[in-house]
Design a protein around this ligand. Structure first.
Ligand SMILES: *Cc1c(COP(=O)(O)O)cnc(C)c1O
Length: 239
């Protein structure tokens, strides 16, 4: 029996090695890529162990789980990322703990999040979630805006008080022309990110890559990888 801390430390070391190797393979500096550990479905006690082991970025995808967990972990030196689909009735809660929201996909959400951030006196970094299956009509309902909607959303974020356009996020599609092609997916995201930076130079985050495909994301220029399973283990269903 290994205890949880030992197990997490071992998994983290393996993920760290993968990221370092992926950076080296394409001549990137290790510091160009930030590891975000996705702690959804796992308890606050795991978040504490991860913080102890040096993790500084964690992500959650459901407000009802994230809010109490973040409250329990409030003393820890962590940046909280919200990566799930976000309903406007949840923004008031999310602005209490989230530092970065990865799932901006409609102007109505920008408006609601801005109002909530201002009321709470907070400044949030916001990533636009790009659905690369939207153009083919195969969007799986996992959120995200089609590539041709990115520019307008970035302008809306730039004008919204309490929010900053910080970059792009995507999840590798399960259907459509990009299904099963993570490298092509992330290369396409890179192109969209280059266009975005031309208009908003500070919007330079590219959030892409998960446990299964982080090497492809790093090769295609990702600045942030979101890793759950490879650090914490397989989730029980409903992840
Ligand atoms: C769960 C989740 C991840 C992590 O996925 P793993 O395959 O467990 O690494 C990354 N991004 C988002 C948006 C998620 O919901």
């Amino acid at each position: 029996m290994t205890d949880r801390r030992t197990q997490l430390a071992r998994n983290l070391a393996q993920v760290e090695e993968r990221i370092a190797a992926a950076c080296a393979a394409v001549g990137r500096k290790r510091e160009e890529v930030t590891l975000i550990v996705v702690t959804k479905t796992y308890p606050a006690s795991d978040v504490r162990l991860l913080a102890d082991l040096g993790v500084r970025h964690v992500a959650e995808n459901r407000d009802q789980d994230a809010a109490p967990k973040a409250a329990e972990c409030s003393g820890m030196p962590l940046t909280w990322h919200f990566v799930g689909q976000l309903q406007t009735n949840k923004v008031k809660s999310v602005v209490n703990y989230a530092d970065v929201v990865h799932s901006i996909d409609r102007v109505r959400l920008v408006t609601a999040l801005s109002a909530a951030a201002v009321r709470r006196g907070r400044e949030l970094d916001c990533l636009i979630q790009v659905a690369l299956d939207a153009e083919s009509g195969d969007a799986a309902g996992r959120g995200g805006v089609a590539p041709d909607g990115v520019a307008a959303l970035a302008d809306a974020l730039a004008e919204a008080e309490g929010l900053r356009p910080a970059g792009l996020m995507t999840v590798a599609p399960l259907a459509g022309p990009y299904a099963g092609r993570p490298r092509a997916t992330f290369e396409r995201l890179r192109e969209i990110a280059t266009d975005l930076r031309a208009a908003h130079p500070a919007a330079n985050m590219v959030s892409a890559g998960m446990s299964a495909d982080l090497e492809d994301a790093v090769a295609a220029g990702a600045t942030h990888v979101r890793v759950g399973t490879a650090v914490l283990g397989s989730r029980p269903r409903l992840g």
